[in-house]
Ligand binder design. Structure first.
Ligand code: ADP
Length: 547
């Protein structure tokens, strides 16, 4: 009988956030966290200064009676204090629960009570929102207000800076942690039913942070300056704060100033190399940059976009007109979130190159991916055949917090993502739709993502979201909801002409609704659920029926 031979490495060295915390101080003392505190006020702190405050905060948490495993809520924008909580809370063994400030009131009440948050740290600017909800929270014993402003009617409220002052200086004696213990909790927005809690471990965050440094992924390194626009309450801001801390890169945080103008100002002033945000914010920024040709955004040589499909034209326009390079990532809250990244081989920027850039990319190392068809069989990676993406790996969720019956999303060690895609022979994933957005016409699928992508390549189209409209003959047909540039006189026929030759003939839509805005979800994605609701209520106005 053969016997296994054990390796002789330090396999019990725990992968915890304490390593990243120590590394900030020891390897990158001069790196900075920069916060846009007011439109004209920028606050800066070195990693050394931030680390000292993390120590104070850890001590303060102990003083508040926070124990290992306790859930500590944050209700905050992207700023330095939120970053301090990102480390102090998990490093004392508690769990950082980032509350999505844009959820509906009932959902916020649900997740705070479901998580049993003990303490909530809230930005002063958000106190008015939280005040209204506080009476509905069952478990919160303490509020801590961050920044300038009062606590309003929040009961048992302390001030963050007072807490740190009282905690006093000096290194904190952090407890030994198990790498598998929970570090952070983030609820998915819950398109159906109640939000579901994704519970990240120290190990999953540590490994995902390491993967943000891979050159074929986000490629974060010490020379970078990272502008994290994606909210810190959404899937750990895609791992950018942890990644910057690990790499020793500067981290720039825009707080609540997310409109194109202050963002452009921040980019000009701070010259970030990397920025992460959803396509809608990049699209706003592009419009702003086009209207203000003096604005220089060219420091962004390695921007990351994801959260929904990134229109090819958006990437091309940014690159050709403003020297900004955007790469696409795909993932979800359940995947920590980055699972694939599209960084095609450099070379001539021809059609193949741009087609690959418009895809969602290859799985990162440690992420395994397969496509499953309706019958449960595996779909070949031929670039054409589609199926639902399933993934597995060390930073992929295996279940939801306190939902013993994780249900149909978990399939014997694989996570079912609900995204439909094709994968080509090189391993490049191309998402064609979310399962629930697919348009089934005459027994065949029409990709809403592809139609949107092509519509948004028309110079007069600002936004386009395509939904299925029930149809007697075909069962469903695409209805294109389109936002046109101001004063544009493009009509439905023009758009059909634009699509002709770019998509299959039977995909050509026969109905358009010209709207002033596409409704967005709490994290800035097109909200097709709202559009479908409006369609069902007969409230989708401005319909044009082509003959
Ligand atoms: P929500 O379900 O609230 O949108 P997530 O933020 O976790 O929550 O969203 C994950 C989903 O976003 C994915 O399942 C996918 O449908 C979509 N998505 C994310 N990145 C991309 C991308 N690059 N291209 C297409 N879809 C994307």
């Amino acid at each position: 009988m053969t016997q296994r031979l054990q390796g002789l490495m330090q396999d019990d060295f725990a992968l915890t956030l304490n390593h990243i915390r120590r590394r900030m101080r020891s390897c990158s003392p001069e790196a900075k966290v920069v916060t846009l505190a007011q439109p004209d006020v920028v606050e800066r702190a070195t990693f050394t200064e931030v680390s000292e405050r993390i120590d104070r905060l850890a001590r303060a948490l102990r003083g508040l009676g926070v124990e290992q495993g306790d859930r500590i809520g944050t209700f905050a924008w992207n700023n330095q204090r939120h970053f301090e909580l990102y480390f102090a809370v998990p490093c004392v063994g508690a769990v950082l629960h980032t509350l999505n400030i844009r959820l509906f009131e009932e959902q916020l009440t649900y997740i705070v009570n479901h998580a049993e948050d003990r303490v909530i740290f809230v930005d002063a600017s958000l106190v008015p929102v939280l005040e209204k909800l506080a009476p509905s929270f069952d478990s919160v014993a303490q509020y801590v207000v961050m920044g300038d402003g009062g606590a309003g009617s929040l009961p048992n409220a302390l001030n963050y800076e007072d807490l740190l002052d009282q905690a006093g200086p000096g290194e904190f004696d952090y407890p030994e942690l198990d790498e598998r213990q929970a570090a952070a909790l983030c609820y998915t927005s819950g398109t159906t039913g109640n939000p579901k809690g994704v519970l990240y471990s120290h190990r999953s965050i540590s490994l995902h942070s390491t993967a943000t440094l891979i050159r074929d992924g986000l490629g974060l390194c010490r020379e970078d300056s990272v502008l994290a626009v994606v909210p810190m309450f959404h899937a750990n801001a895609w791992g950018l704060p942890h990644g910057a801390a690990m790499a020793g890169a500067d981290l720039i945080l825009p707080d609540r100033f997310l409109a194109a103008e202050p963002l452009a100002g921040l980019i000009e002033a701070e010259r970030p190399t990397l920025m992460g945000c959803v396509p809608t914010i990049f699209a706003d920024l592009l419009r702003y940059a086009d209207e203000h040709p003096d604005v220089d955004l060219s420091s962004l040589s390695n921007a990351t976009c994801g959260g929904s499909a990134v229109p090819r034209q958006l990437m091309k326009d940014f690159e050709e007109r403003h020297d900004v390079r955007i790469f696409q990532a795909w993932g979800m809250t359940e995947t920590s979130p980055v699972a694939t990244f599209s960084r095609p081989q450099e070379g001539e920027h021809g059609d193949t190159y741009w087609n690959d850039r418009a895809k969602q990319g290859r799985p990162l190392p440690w992420v395994e991916l397969r496509l499953i068809d309706d019958g449960g069989g595996e779909v070949a990676w031929d670039g054409e055949s589609t199926g639902e993406i399933e993934v597995r790996g060390p930073w992929i969720a295996s279940g939801y917090f306190r939902e013993l019956d994780g249900g149909e999303q978990f399939d014997a060690g694989w996570l079912r993502t609900g995204d439909i895609a094709a994968v080509d022979e090189k391993g490049f994933v191309r998402i064609t739709d979310r399962a629930k957005d697919v348009i089934k016409s005459g027994g065949e699928w029409i990709s809403s993502v592809e139609l949107e992508n092509e519509l948004m390549s028309h110079p007069d189209v600002v936004e386009a979201a395509v939904i299925a409209k029930p149809d007697e003959r075909w069962s469903e047909r695409p209805l294109c909801c389109v936002v046109l540039r101001e004063q544009a006189d493009t009509n439905a026929e023009d758009l059909v002409e634009h699509l002709r030759g770019r998509v299959a003939k039977w995909w050509l839509p026969d109905e358009f609704a010209f709207v002033s805005e596409i409704p967005k979800t709490s994290v800035g994605k097109f909200d097709k659920k709202v559009l479908r609701g409006r369609l069902a209520d007969g409230a989708l106005e401005g319909r044009v029926q082509l003959s």
